[in-house]
Design a protein around this ligand. Structure first.
Ligand SMILES: [Zn+2]
Length: 937
């Protein structure tokens, strides 16, 4: 526990707080209070460095400063990350270590201080001479783009949290005069300002980090009428099993199996409960019931002596994991099971898929989780027949068994088809088999696919245990159960009937998915066809079984890039530490109810989400209703995920977040999280395309945005219900319109008669499963200028490779002599301007001039020059910084190259006008018309 004996910084006092039995820290100048001990010169850290007092002086409190420590639970994402992003452009570049973070420390941290440097340094590549040169310099003397007005921002932050004030102060921006600034997407969500007595321990980790769980609102309306008045949908956006890099805080593990839960509502004890009755009981933060503290709660079982209650991580951490005792098991932890279904029909073999897949499994056998040597594996090949492989332990020669009757699938042998991984390898049999499969089928001329029967066979093999089916398929399923017809019809693309193509064509894929879910079986689909494959039907299986769909249209392993991408992603899936037999439930304070659920799972009972196996980095969105008036000062939401690790341990991960409650509409607006909102709206839009038309889905998203802006105008601005020359929105929601525009232009939703249904369906699968960090870049890609990037960009800084500053997504930024990178987490485009100087082309591509450079999918050479190495480092970082297994293809796009490729790359610049789709300016003015009640869009 904190003690005032520690050295307090100047200007702070400590007071013993009787009710909570701990010290309250008071900043004397302002009266601001916090539980968190003020460590070091915290007051200075809260201020933009430019205004920091000189060393050794007493920090005076400036009324125009944001108090990052205003809510003691927020300090962890406040102090070091935000100021640098918002400092004026004239800041000295001493802030390199204070980069803003893209949701999570350690990942994608564009340095904004760098941008300033870039303006004063000569560009690496200058155009030849004359006017171009002048243009170049001119463009760099102007503010880069939509730079936030530093004074306005200072005002904004000055009014927020001043002197411990708990309320939000809403700052209005005019969308017509403040163009999107992509750097704002890296800002943390609006601060969660809890009352000072909200947590039981003074921990900066009491609230879960927003990368695990974030809410569309960070202040909860106290009534449903206040919520509906705001028009902002209330939802949680969660990614409970995101990957955690070594430099990030790890999730603490409670190993003593002492798990304190509320007797009535089953909430897990957390930093927001209260201890009462001399610490013998605790009051539940959800339902207020008083519960007994478990006997062993204060006992250190390792040392067998009294322990320190306050060192228990569940009282100080919003994300914590428990080792679960046997009561949490329906049956003993099952081993991890992988059943591979490999298409070996003519096209599958000819494309090189079979060779690449078997080689990748072979090369990754050591990476498949199998610490306890219980992991099981089976391989079934299929064309219009099924081919099983039998191998007894220690044997080196596998036997192949063929089943040609696919109408009534049976297993040809009761044993030795599902193999213990370690035993199957002991005699070299598995390696032998994987090495030979491609040769066995290399002359196969059979066309057709019994994918459905293969799925049934795989299911039969593993049904007593559960696990993961990984299906690799190169064509439309054509025989047996689940056979599909080619329903692709160019005539109906872009019409009201198009959404029919996005629904499953056969009920098999949903009914079988539910059967799988019950038996704890997940399905991953790897799809490779060059023709229509019905991704919409096939992706149903991953959707309901918490698997994932991976799509490699027109896969051809003869292209090194294709083979590399698939091998990389498949290898990552194999190596992933999957969770088994997962159930997830979100509990919340009285008055709140989880009302609808979006993501890859099956809703088993009202609010219990069943996930047979869970891959890391999936995202989910859960909508929340306010059922009764909330009288508590804050609410708590807790996501609990019960699962078995692939190492055979039953565990519970608990993610807890608390939010203040407000009766004030302006606080509701000021607390809105535009990133979480965009994630929710993406999920809802995709679902609507399945139940309605694509057009309806787009309209619904657009109208939701109009409603929010209308309410904002009528209740938060002087214009009220009258017409306004402005389009007002809160500063914290300034990026929402451009995110929505990006969503409306995404391949999964976009108005077009040109998008093949398989491409659409795959995009929709991504929109409903990517975690926020990846989803945002998928709808609002990243865009960098490389030829003139700051000297540090592409070099390694304290947090890894330094990225160039992101540009707004408009082709106005493209320069004829330039080299640009555009990426959305799935694809990387290197755009080369037609006047790129020969030296640039030589340094990056090792070619003498732009004319001999070829556009298309490529592998960038690593050359012996610093610029090549920096560009490669940026491409590498781009591939690593998004969550998930994806390894984006890299395309070289020449400014005057093939039109389809150019148009594809340009379609990522979502602020431009494209065909019938509006530019950002047009979009915003049609929003304004609508908000003023004059139609539009
Ligand atoms: Zn309770």
């Amino acid at each position: 526990m904190a003690s005032p004996a520690q050295q307090l910084p100047p200007g702070w006092a400590a007071e013993w707080e009787q009710t909570h039995q701990r010290y309250l820290f008071i900043e004397t100048a302002t009266g601001h209070t916090q539980w968190e001990p003020p460590t070091g010169p915290s007051a200075q850290m809260q201020q933009p460095p430019m205004e920091s007092p000189p060393e050794g002086t007493v920090p005076t409190h400036h009324s125009k400063r944001r108090q990052y420590a205003a809510g003691q639970t927020q300090a962890y994402y406040g102090t070091t990350e935000e100021p640098s992003m918002l400092q004026p452009m004239s800041q000295p570049p001493q802030q390199a270590g204070m980069e803003p973070q893209l949701f999570t420390p350690g990942l994608a941290a564009p340095s904004f201080a760098m941008q300033q440097q870039g303006q004063t340094q000569p560009p690496y590549y200058e155009p030849g001479q004359g006017q171009q040169q002048l243009d170049y310099i001119n463009s760099h003397q102007q503010p880069a783009y939509g730079q936030p007005n530093p004074n306005a921002l200072a005002d904004q932050f000055g009014q927020m949290g001043l002197g411990g004030q708990r309320s939000f102060s809403l700052q209005t921006a005019n969308l017509l005069t403040s163009p999107p600034d992509p750097r704002e997407l890296s800002l943390p969500p609006p601060e969660i300002r809890l009352p000072p007595n909200a947590t039981v321990t003074p921990s900066q980790f009491a609230n879960a980090d927003s990368s695990y769980q974030r809410s569309t609102l960070n202040a909860y309306p106290n009534t449903s009428s206040l919520l509906s008045k705001s028009k902002i949908p209330l939802a949680l956006v969660i990614s409970p099993y995101r990957t955690v890099s070594e430099s990030e805080p790890q999730v603490p593990l409670v190993t003593d199996t002492v798990i304190a839960r509320c007797r009535r509502c089953r909430t897990y004890i957390n930093p927001f409960v209260q201890f009462i009755d001399g610490g013998n009981r605790w009051r539940c933060c959800m339902c207020n019931l008083s519960n007994e503290v478990p006997q062993m709660f204060d006992w250190d079982q390792t040392r067998n002596q009294p322990g320190d209650r306050w060192s228990r991580p569940e009282l100080s951490h919003g994300v914590v994991e428990y080792v679960a005792p046997t009561e949490y098991m329906v049956r003993p932890p099952q081993p991890a099971v992988y059943v591979f279904l490999i298409d070996v029909s003519h096209s599958a073999v000819q494309s090189g898929m079979v060779a690449t897949a078997t080689r990748t499994i072979l090369e990754n056998l050591d990476r498949i989780p199998d610490e306890d040597e219980r992991t099981k594996i089976a391989i079934i090949c299929f064309d219009v027949s099924l081919y099983f492989f039998s191998l007894s332990p220690g044997q080196s020669e596998p036997t192949m068994l063929v089943v040609s009757d696919v109408d009534d699938v049976f297993l040809p042998k009761p044993t030795d088809l599902l193999l213990n991984l370690a035993e199957a390898r002991s005699g070299g049999g598995l390696e032998n088999l994987l090495t030979r499969i491609n040769d066995m089928f290399k002359e196969n001329s059979i066309i057709g696919s019994a994918l459905g029967p293969a799925l049934q066979a795989g299911f039969k093999l593993m049904v007593p245990i559960g696990g993961k089916i990984i299906a690799l398929s190169s064509s439309l399923p054509s025989v047996g159960v689940g056979a599909l017809k080619n329903r692709e019809d160019p005539k109906i693309l872009g019409t009201a009937k198009e959404s029919g193509l996005l629904q499953a064509a056969s009920p098999f894929y949903k009914t079988f998915a539910i059967e799988c879910s019950r038996a704890q079986v997940s399905v991953d689909m790897f799809l490779f066809s060059s023709a229509y494959q019905d991704v919409a039907s096939l992706s149903c299986l991953p959707h309901y079984t918490s698997g994932q769909t991976y799509y490699y249209p027109a896969f051809n392993a003869a292209r090194a890039e294709d083979a590399l991408k698939f091998a990389h992603e498949f290898g990552e899936v194999l190596a992933m530490p999957i969770m088994l037999e997962v159930i997830m439930r979100v509990r919340a304070s009285r008055g709140l109810r989880m009302s609808s659920f979006h993501g890859n799972f099956f809703v088993r009972s009202t609010d219990l989400l069943a996930m047979p196996t869970v891959a890391t980095n999936q995202g989910y969105a859960i909508e929340i209703q306010i059922e009764e008036t909330i009288t508590a000062p804050f609410v708590v939401l807790q996501t609990a995920i019960l699962h078995t690790t692939c190492y055979g341990e039953r565990r519970i991960r608990v993610v807890t977040t608390a939010y203040p409650v407000t009766s004030n509409l302006s606080e509701v607006f000021a607390s809105a999280d535009q990133v979480a909102l965009a994630v929710l709206l993406a999920n809802k839009a995709v679902e609507r395309t399945l139940s309605h038309k694509l057009e309806d889905a787009r309209d619904a998203v657009f109208n939701k945005l109009v409603e929010i802006l209308q309410t904002y105008k009528s209740s938060m601005t002087a214009a009220g219900a009258g017409a306004s020359a402005q389009l007002a929105v809160g500063e914290n929601m300034k990026m929402l319109p451009v995110l929505i525009l990006g969503l409306l232009k995404n391949v999964g939703i976009r108005q077009s008669a040109q998008i093949p249904p398989d491409i659409r369906a795959y995009s929709q699968a991504l929109l409903t499963s990517l975690p926020a960090q990846s989803l945002i870049s998928y709808i609002y890609p990243s865009f960098y200028s490389l030829h003139n990037m700051p000297a540090e960009a592409g070099t390694v800084g304290p947090d890894g490779v330094i990225m160039p500053p992101p540009l707004p997504l408009t082709s106005e930024r493209l320069e004829r002599h330039g080299l640009f990178l555009i990426e959305d987490g799935q694809t990387i485009f290197l755009w080369v301007g037609r006047d790129a100087v020969p030296q640039l082309v030589m340094d990056v591509f090792n070619l003498p001039s732009y004319d001999v450079l070829r556009g298309g999918k490529t592998t960038l050479p690593v050359l012996e020059n610093p610029f090549s190495q920096r560009v490669n480092a940026i491409v590498q970082k781009t591939r690593e910084m998004r969550r998930g297994v994806y390894y984006p293809h890299l395309y070289v796009v020449k400014e005057d190259g093939e039109p389809p490729l150019r148009l594809w790359a340009l379609s990522a610049l979502v602020q431009d006008r494209a065909d019938v789709l509006p530019s950002y300016q047009q979009f915003v003015s049609s929003l304004k018309e609508k908000v003023n009640g004059n139609g539009g869009y």
